[in-house]
Design a protein around this ligand. Sequence first.
Ligand SMILES: Nc1ncnc2c1ncn2[C@@H]1O[C@H](COP(=O)(O)OP(=O)(O)O)[C@@H](O)[C@H]1O
Ligand SMILES: [Mg+2]
Length: 398
Amino acid sequence: MAPGPELNDTTLRLTAPDSQLRLLAEAIPQMVYTADAQGNLIYANKRWYEYTGSNYDQTRNLHWLRSVHPDDAETTRLTWQRSVQTGEIYEISHRLRRADDVFRWHLTRALPLKNASGEITSWFGTSTDIEDQRQASERMKVLLESSVQERTEALEIARDEAVRASALKSQFVQNISHEIRTPMSGILGMSELLSDMDLPPEAREMSNHILIAAGTLMGIVNDLLDFSKLEANKVPVQKSKFSLSELMENAILSVSSIVTKKSLNLEVDVQKDLPDGLVGDEKKIRQVLVNLLNNAAKFTESGDIKVVVKEQARTGDWYSVRFEITDQGIGISEEILPKLFEPFVQADGSITRRYGGTGLGLSICRKLVTVMSGEIGVESKSGSGSTFWFMLPLEASK
Ligand SMILES: Nc1ncnc2c1ncn2[C@@H]1O[C@H](COP(=O)(O)OP(=O)(O)O)[C@@H](O)[C@H]1O
Ligand SMILES: [Mg+2]
């Protein structure tokens, strides 16, 4: 405890005559008393007699500890002992007995009065009734606790409902996409066969339109199905040995038609010292690559698309492999960049109308990369192309 103002005979005598101090002590609403070095009461103010209901004779030579609630007696005694030993201000909250045997909480403080050689000769004490404040703060605590509990329960119910509703929705989307895929396969297959037939030019053009539209629709349905499965954590990682060069070839092949149609220049650079045989979820890696390559081709009117695969770090047989797809396309504005990997996020309306799509591709990529314990990101500037990258931990196959 911080040392308080030192009291001694001289200061008391100098600052006020005894009678004035008494008057002051009688006037204040706290209990005020003086006690000898051992704690036996010498003087007590009016409030003391009112509160305790005792008279002067009963009070004289009474150790004030006897008014303390039995449950608080031990800590009160110990705190008192410490102050007697150290000569520091005594301060404690405890219950004191009132005349009607009701105990009320008080804050009791006492200052030691010392003689010239530093020995305590007596104590000056006050006890302030803090029962009402304590009750108010107890009530507040109970009120707060119960409202926090109510709120927590309400939130838990709401969360459970949201989880249930979200699971239902995701199941619904999965079922619907699944159901659409079956007739869509029929339409795709039949229009492909139709396109191969000897048709009059007008009919050929129509069947080609059907084929392209059916392909786009199938893509959207597949995205929806993938997204809702990933959302529901229903996509396990399936690891097996694969060849990095074959993976890259397949991925490039699936965008070759759009790349050729737009006369883009596609370049692939796989770092030589990366092992070709790796262990990982080849299907998922391909899906991410194809998605990013498709975007690069979709949002680039002319110029180069460059794919780089390189070792970012290595420990033993484990490689952190970085895939980078850089295009010279329209780029992405600063505002949209931070939200780009969230579902259904697309650049502004005019671009979306021009290029179509659902805005699900990148969120699927992020989910796929995340389930494979990897990272994905983008650097881009509006008007000057983009670099999408992802990094995956992959083990060299033995
Ligand atoms: N390579 C890129 N260059 C410019 N913008 C891109 C590129 N890749 C993605 N974007 C922007 O991010 C949006 C979301 O992409 P994505 O999730 O694949 O959805 P979608 O291709 O269906 O629009 C795109 O609509 C586009 O605005
Ligand atoms: Mg896309």
